[in-house]
Design a protein around this ligand. Structure first.
Ligand SMILES: Nc1nc2c(ncn2[C@@H]2O[C@H](COP(=O)(O)OP(=O)(O)OP(=O)(O)O)[C@@H](O)[C@H]2O)c(=O)[nH]1
Ligand SMILES: [Mg+2]
Length: 361
């Protein structure tokens, strides 16, 4: 599962990447102008509680991969160029975080000369839509030709949904704002359309803008339809400094300012849920672990995430919800007595936070 960080030059992509991966790139890595890739643990207070209960020898949180996508260039006229190479790099990601600049700093010039978040967001949308239209038109034309010649079963299936996409894009509607059936989604997946990717718009603020940013966040959110876009804000420079502190230092900072959750942790969690992902847990004295699955996966599919054998030789899953388990004082015996710790078959759809034990032959 890979999330691409995109945005105009100097919007704060690398700053955000370093903050969420809690890394500090040296100047040679920065100068190389290649994509930086980092794996990020998904913060989850529930796993921490389970670790307190079981004191396991090892703890494994869920994780996702972030890429700082490079390659967007400043054109000769001064405006931004979306190169083919850049668009290709974006194509292979599962979702996008678009960093949009709100901070003002004369030392860091904006490539288009002024701070205008709505214009910057629209620029991306336009490029994504044009790129998708080009892919679509080539494919539609090929299918039509093929159909004139005779059979093209796959093409016949795809044509109506591709034509619908074409109409949407011509109306400048990004595909992520449209509704598609599960079957249509599967057909579309192979095309890796850019405007279909779930998008988290992350506004990069100065610390002084925190109060006034709410307005612009609301404005941007109001422009977007559907549930495949989220908007939030962060303070790039501060978050990056915080990310370099030790855990204890961060905690005392948070206590001092009454912060309950770091902006970065919220961003990672939002990205995780935007991808349609959630977690189940396995627990014990050996290991407590959060596993990542797509929403809607069954107990048998979830078992396969742990080990492919578990899925093939699946018998039943023992299941208790995280909240139920804690309400019973973190005791399996009590949860069982209350009927909350139960056996489920392979068709059971796993819920976020379920604690599972797989029985297999
Ligand atoms: N004042 C201020 N400066 C910031 C903030 N975030 C990033 N910067 C500065 O803006 C400059 C560009 O930040 P980067 O993170 O390198 O931006 P980028 O999007 O990766 O830029 P490119 O890789 O060149 O496209 C750096 O000098 C940062 O220190 C912020 O929140 N406030
Ligand atoms: Mg960068």
């Amino acid at each position: 599962m890979q999330i691409g960080i995109v945005g105009l030059p100097f919007s704060g992509k690398t700053t955000l990447f370093q903050a969420i991966t809690r890394s500090l790139l040296d100047s040679t890595a920065l100068a190389r102008q290649e994509a930086h890739v980092g794996v990020v643990k998904v913060p989850d207070g529930r796993l921490e509680r389970l670790v307190e209960i079981f004191s396991p020898r090892s703890t494994v949180p869920a994780s996702i991969e972030f890429v700082d996508v490079v390659g967007l260039k400043r054109g000769e006229s001064g405006s931004t160029q979306f190169t083919t190479n850049f668009l290709l790099n974006v194509r292979t990601t599962d979702a996008l975080v678009q960093v949009v600049r709100l901070f003002a700093d004369d030392a860091v010039p904006h490539p288009d000369g002024s701070i205008d978040p709505l214009r910057d967001i629209a620029a991306f949308e336009t490029e994504f839509i044009l790129s998708d239209l080009a892919v679509l038109e080539t494919r539609i034309e090929r299918i039509r030709k093929q159909l004139q010649k005779g059979g093209d079963e796959q093409g016949k299936k795809e044509l109506p949904v591709l034509e619908r996409c074409h109409v949407l894009l011509e109306q400048e509607t990004p595909l992520r704002e449209a509704e598609f059936s599960r079957e249509e989604q599967l057909l579309l997946r192979t095309y890796q359309f850019l405007s279909l990717k779930p998008m988290l718009i992350a506004m990069n603020l100065d610390e002084t803008q925190q109060g006034s940013a709410e307005d612009i966040v609301r404005q941007v959110a109001a422009q977007k339809q559907g549930n495949q876009t989220r908007v939030l804000s962060f303070c790039g420079r501060i978050d990056m400094e915080m990310a370099q502190l030790s855990g204890g230092e961060v905690q005392s900072f948070m206590d001092e300012y009454g912060i309950s959750e770091l902006a970065l942790d919220a961003l990672i969690r939002e990205a995780y849920s935007l991808l349609g992902l959630h977690s189940f847990f396995t627990v014990g004295e050996d290991e407590c672990r959060a596993w990542t699955i797509r929403k809607g996966m069954t107990a048998q599919e979830a078992a396969g995430v742990i080990h492919s054998d578990f899925s093939a030789r699946f018998i039943r899953a023992e299941v208790v919800g995280y909240d139920d388990f804690l309400a019973q004082g973190g005791s399996f015996a009590k949860a069982k007595e209350a009927g909350l710790w139960r056996l489920e078959g392979k068709e059971y759809v796993v819920k976020d936070g379920d604690i599972l034990a797989i029985r297999h032959s």
